[in-house]
Design a protein around this ligand. Structure first.
Ligand code: EPU
Length: 294
């Protein structure tokens, strides 16, 4: 009998993580588990707790680089029960597994504005909340500003709803990282659909014009230090286009590392280190990754 027998979940053995990350690189997950609903997730988390099994919760894999040889257990909230969106007045209640694309389409359908700046970010609601996804143009806008409450599960399987006062969002971070995010209530505002569409297009067009969306990547690799643009600093070091194996610092945007074909995670890590070294030497600035490196 395996340690997970009796648990209700879709289980895949030796699942390639390259399939589940936007960088399209990484080793295999010994086990990939998708519990069917909250109760199954709770049972799984509790079992992991008893057996002291480490696990990693993966959303849509847009801000993670798996560099270890093997990841023992990945939990993904991919079942339909974690992909629900409902609206109540000006609020949308979305489960953690909902993609931002779906959330925005739902907001648009229901004439609710506010989140248009997230247009085109390939994340799930859970991932976007944990990292407080946002943009820097034309002003800084972040998902956390629109969150009214968040439902979480702790590492003992206990479910709680965190109120606005208990939530802490910061630039590319939050106090949600150590918990399993189950869903959130977003407080939005009524807006004409036509204007929602115009705004979504504006953000999408800016990203298309300035970012390398043609190749697999994790979006920006580094946070912007103290208001300076990491992409610009990397650019000024003459690093755009630098290549190690199939990993390359994008020629279009210095803060993007792209996968040209079959980039190895260790080549991506080498490029990260190269950029950090050069920027430190030239500007005395430490670049901190905004992606999680596992
Ligand atoms: N720049 C260069 N060279 C480059 C890249 C940028 O000189 O190779 C200059 C640009 O010309 C501009 C400045 O740097 O003057 C800022 O560039 P950009 O507008 O592209 O924004 P960013 O600061 O690089 C931030 C977010 C992005 C977000 C954009 C647009 C961070 C780390 N990045 O990028 O978020 O999409 O603003 O709102 O905060 C992400 O987090 O994955 C991400 C892509």
């Amino acid at each position: 009998m395996s340690w997970f027998s009796g648990l209700k979940a879709k289980v895949l053995v030796n699942e390639a993580l390259a399939k589940h990350t936007t960088l399209k690189s990484g080793p295999k997950a010994g086990l990939w588990m998708e519990p069917f609903d909250k109760e199954d997730l709770k049972a799984l988390i509790k079992r992991c707790g008893h057996l002291k099994k480490e696990y990693f919760i993966l959303g849509l894999g847009s801000k993670v680089l798996f560099k270890s040889k093997k990841v023992p257990l990945v939990i993904h909230l991919g079942s339909d029960n974690f992909k629900r969106c409902v609206f109540e007045g000006s609020d949308i209640i979305a489960s953690a597994g909902v993609s931002l694309n779906k959330l925005l389409a739902f907001a648009y359908e229901n004439g609710l504005g506010g989140l248009e700046f997230l247009s085109g970010i390939p994340a799930s609601v859970g991932g976007a909340l944990a990292l407080n996804a946002g943009v820097g143009w034309p002003v800084r806008l972040e998902i956390g500003t629109f969150v009214y409450e968040v439902e979480v599960m702790d590492r003992l399987g206990r479910v709680r709803t965190l109120s606005q006062e208990e939530l802490k969002f910061e630039y590319r971070g939050s106090n949600l990282k150590s918990r399993v995010i189950l869903g959130a209530r977003f407080r939005l505002f009524k807006k004409r659909r036509k204007n929602i569409r115009i705004k979504m297009d504006k953000f999408r067009d800016y990203r298309k014009a300035t970012q390398d969306l043609e190749h697999p990547s994790a979006g920006c690799i580094f946070k912007n230090p103290n208001g300076q643009a990491s992409g610009r600093l990397i650019d000024l070091c003459g690093l755009k286009g630098s290549r190690i194996g199939d990993a390359q610092i994008s020629a279009k945007h210095g803060n993007f590392i792209i996968n040209l074909a079959k980039a190895d995670s260790k080549d991506i890590v080498s490029l990260i280190k190269l950029a950090q070294r050069k920027v430190k030497a030239k500007f005395g600035v430490t670049l901190e990754p905004e992606i999680q490196i596992i």
